[in-house]
Design a binder for this molecule. Structure first.
Ligand code: FMN
Length: 188
């Protein structure tokens, strides 16, 4: 296949989306939307993520060292898009309809409507000029009971329908276009 060389981009590399849940210094929950999330292996499964610039999520994680990562599904997409497009500095950001619970092991806010939630503790902060890379221990995985059934994995995935993103566009589990960043929140 003939190739062309381009500047750094990841347009054809879809990423899974997570909502990171943190508490601010007054105990108020904040959620932000993130895709730079992947996994590590160091005797056990871990997570790694990158937050660019100054964000409420970053400030809260640097203070508390713990957060939740809630898998984004098609059902959650309008709120997820809002939480990714509105800064935690905006006083109205969290004034939307969210079913917020608490982690089972860590003191972190979680989204009860997400089917898979990691409770994460940061072990390493790698600070660069404009971002922080965080290596995390997975202290708990809160997973919908229904995902433990012996239904085939493809059926379970199609049922929970995780959303992917690339090229500033959201894609449903079956690959259909679910709008560009900033569009799904208009349905709220
Ligand atoms: C689809 C999508 C993915 C995003 N992924 C990241 C990411 O991986 N890292 C990052 O630093 N910001 C990411 N953002 C931006 C944050 O979600 C955004 O700055 C948000 O307002 C942060 O919320 P906070 O201010 O409450 O922390 C993403 C935004 C969108 C719309």
């Amino acid at each position: 296949m003939k190739k062309i060389s381009l500047k750094p981009n990841n347009d054809y590399c879809p990423q899974t989306l997570f909502l990171y849940g943190t508490y601010d210094e007054n105990g108020n929950p904040d959620f932000g939307l993130f895709c730079w999330f992947s996994y590590t292996w160091d005797s056990e499964l871990g997570a790694m993520c990158c937050i660019g610039g100054n964000k409420t999520t970053r400030e809260n994680i640097e203070r508390n060292k713990i957060f939740s990562a809630n898998l984004v599904t098609e059902e959650l997409l309008p709120v997820a898009d809002h939480l990714g497009c509105v800064s935690g500095k905006s006083p109205d950001k969290m004034k939307i309809d969210l079913d917020i619970g608490k982690g089972e092991v860590l003191d972190v806010p979680v989204l009860n409507n997400s089917p898979v939630i990691f409770e994460l503790e940061v072990t390493d902060f790698i600070k660069k000029s404009d971002c922080v890379i965080m290596l995390c221990k997975i202290r708990n995985v809160l997973q919908d009971e229904s995902l433990s059934s012996d239904e085939p994995v493809e059926k379970k995935l199609a049922r929970i329908a995780p959303v992917k993103t690339t090229a500033k566009t959201y894609f449903g589990y079956d690959g259909r276009n679910m709008g560009t960043w900033g569009e799904p929140m208009k349905r709220l």
